[in-house]
Ligand binder design. Structure first.
Ligand code: NDP
Ligand code: OXD
Length: 308
């Protein structure tokens, strides 16, 4: 079995070694421009446009990340070849921690206290009640459902919004465009875990974010393209939104001149809310390759029409 790899990261050697351990009988090759090396499987992240050109016997293509927006923008998957993405693969617990921390930070007003410390200002804010601090999770997929459960376990009411109605224990479900306004109007923290697709690009804009109650917070751990930056900044500037925690941006690295860097109500991190775990990811991909070799079905196949 031949497996083509394209992993443009500093720890590419670690990935290659992990694949060699997980698939000891496979012939592995790092992609390089030039004559096509016909492979049975390909696994990649941030692929170059020509990565799969000329591949005629590929059985599956593995995206080494949960989101496939970058891959679908970069290349065309050969017809009939399933594109399989990572499902959790160790990212779920990290997302739970990141979002749980962001929600608690706002709930306990640690953002305000940090500002006060910078001004040597001694002022105690009145306590809030969990039941009046509803957290809304947009996207109730593999990661969103985990995050919703984790935030629920912290004692907050949780609402969830997805394309089709989803049942997650303890989470009030909303689905589709018609239920979006009611969802937004009832939440104090919006957590975005939607994929970036033609349907969701720019979804968090002045109109939608303006439907959140005054003083609400936004946590975006999905993709920067979901947010219209200027609209978010305008709503933060006029006080409609009380804060935003942003892990992802339209342009990454975020340009030094971007207002997000210096905005007093923005807390940002460099796309690290859930990092890809080499061992977990390779084990998942290798397990799926073995299933496919045995003629068994696998989960995580991307619907190319929907874009996720
Ligand atoms: P899934 O595909 O499992 O879940 C996607 C969810 O979004 C589903 O519930 C789906 O609804 C919903 N959805 C999709 N389109 C729409 C729409 N138009 N309207 C309403 N709901 C919609 O994805 P994951 O949970 O695995 O990952 C989510 C995203 O998180 C990834 O696409 C990626 O961009 C991002 N991510 C970010 C990371 C980071 O480090 N910042 C790390 C990992 C992922 P339905 O269930 O009805 O299909
Ligand atoms: C992913 C990511 O989609 O790292 O996996 O953002």
């Amino acid at each position: 079995m031949k497996v083509l790899l394209y992993i443009p990261s500093k720890n590419a050697d670690e990935w290659h070694a992990a694949f060699a351990r997980a698939l000891p009988k496979a012939e592995l090759r790092a992609w390089a421009p030039g004559p096509v090396w016909q492979a049975d499987y390909a696994a990649f992240w941030y692929p170059p446009r020509e990565l799969l050109d000329g591949q005629t016997r590929l059985k599956a293509a593995f995206n080494l990340g949960a989101g496939v927006d970058g891959t679908l923008k970069a290349l065309t998957v050969p017809p009939g070849v399933p594109l399989v993405r990572l499902e959790d693969a160790g990212m779920g617990p990290q997302m739970e921690e990141y979002v749980g921390w962001a929600v608690l930070r706002y709930f306990r007003r640690f953002d305000d206290y940090a500002g006060q410390q910078a001004r040597a200002e001694w002022k105690v804010h009145r306590p809030r009640r969990h039941e009046s601090f509803t957290v809304g999770v947009m996207g109730l997929g593999v990661l969103g459902a985990r995050v919703a459960r984790a935030v629920r376990a912290l004692g907050f009411p949780v609402w969830g919004w997805s394309a089709s109605a989803k049942s997650v224990e303890g989470v009030r479900p909303f689905a589709g465009a018609t239920e979006l306004p009611a969802f937004l109007a009832g939440i104090q923290v919006l957590v975005c875990l939607l994929p970036l697709t033609p349907d969701t690009a720019g979804l968090l804009n002045r109109t939608t974010l303006g439907k959140l109650p005054r003083g609400a917070y936004v946590v975006n751990v999905a993709r920067g393209g979901l947010v219209v930056d200027e609209d978010l900044l305008a709503l933060l500037d006029d006080g409609h939104l009380a804060g935003a925690t942003l892990d992802v941006f339209r342009e990454e690295p975020l340009p030094a001149s971007h207002r997000f860097w210096s905005h007093p109500r923005v807390f940002l991190t460099p796309h690290c809310s859930a990092l890809t775990m080499v061992e977990d990811s390779v084990a998942q991909v290798a397990g799926k390759i073995e299933r496919l070799e045995r003629g068994q079905p696998v989960t995580g196949i991307v619907d190319l029409e929907r874009g996720y």
